[in-house]
Design a protein. Structure first.
Length: 328
């Protein structure tokens, strides 16, 4: 295997691999108080620990988690790795925001402090390299933003975090508050079927202000790999149950067809489908990485091979994106 490609993570100055480790699935199945699925089925702690060790050895040294992934389960699992993986070899990121705790709203300052301290305890570390606002809903008129941001800066001054991040499923919501937050890193949703990164102006802001970028769900929870040939029903606590495309035969058929086309066109690449899907969203983002869920050593090997390949290039990027035009 050739060497994992890395990028300078914007003004953080950190070097991160172009394929990073997303650990949402390490929380296992879970639901909100209202019964909405927010987790993943099929998780196994021992297999995930093997995956993390394999990721480190493959050069996948940027790991991303959140306080709400399994109510801290993902963070606690990562925290068991430091006897086998040097903590200072990992760019470690977590998020806060979706759990209100005992408060009536998101981003109450005391909640942020409590959850950051809990995250550090779970992760068995004295600092996070990046702490993200997990979403960009700061209340009516974004009235909660200034107090929340003050806590982040307080934590940065205390050495608990190094850099500030801002995440959301909707790039428009990121853009609404990005000037006020002035994050070092942004984490938007981006893949070949859902891409408003450029049109919302976020790409331009990133370039102008030299931000790092971590695209999440680049393969849309595995759907874009074309491996689901029939409708799939996920358990009640699995987030994938919220995406109707997993049960739409026409969409599944088209995605399977596209995956076959990619395998033929990029047969010279070790992971043709994964390389094309990730390459098509990285080509215009020189300070970006993609967060891939890697639950087993086999998935790590695939991710590492995709991260070792050459860039896709502008012409091929346009072609790949065009292949998925119209899929929702």
């Amino acid at each position: 295997m050739t060497t994992m490609r890395t990028v300078r993570f914007g003004r953080t100055g950190l070097q991160v691999p172009i394929v990073s480790l997303g650990t949402w699935s390490y929380g296992g199945e879970s639901q909100t108080g209202g019964g909405a699925p927010v987790g993943w089925s099929g998780h196994d702690d021992a297999t995930a620990r093997s995956a993390m060790l394999a990721a480190y050895r493959a050069g996948i040294t940027h790991w991303d988690t959140a306080d709400v992934y399994g109510d801290g389960r993902s963070e606690r699992l990562i925290g068991t790795m430091w006897e086998e993986v040097p903590r200072d070899a990992i760019v470690l990121a977590s998020k806060v925001g979706w759990d209100r705790g005992s408060h009536s709203r998101w981003y109450h300052p005391e909640m942020i402090r409590e959850h950051l301290d809990a995250s550090l305890k779970n992760l068995r570390t004295d600092h996070l390299d990046i702490l993200y606002f997990h979403h960009a809903d700061f209340g009516p008129g974004d009235d909660w933003l200034d107090d929340a941001l003050a806590v982040f800066h307080e934590a940065k001054k205390a050495g608990k975090i190094r850099f500030i991040g801002l995440s959301d499923w909707d790039s428009e919501r990121i853009m609404r508050v990005v000037a006020r937050v002035d994050p070092d890193v942004v984490q938007p949703y981006r893949n070949v079927t859902h891409d408003d990164y450029v049109l919302t102006g976020l790409a331009g802001w990133v370039a102008e202000h030299d931000l790092g970028v971590a695209f999440f769900s680049p393969i849309r929870h595995g759907l874009l790999l074309g491996k689901y040939s029939t409708s799939t029903i996920f358990p009640a606590g699995d987030f994938r149950a919220t995406d109707p495309s997993f049960s739409d035969p026409r969409t599944l058929e088209r995605l399977a067809h596209n995956a076959a086309v990619l395998r033929r066109r990029y047969a010279d690449r070790a992971e043709p489908v994964l390389s094309a899907l990730t390459g098509a969203i990285l080509d215009d983002a020189p300070t970006a990485t993609v967060l891939l869920g890697q639950r087993s050593p086999a998935q790590v090997r695939a991710a590492a091979l995709a991260g070792c390949g050459s860039p896709l290039g502008e012409v091929e990027t346009r072609w790949v994106r065009g292949l998925y035009y119209g899929i929702t």
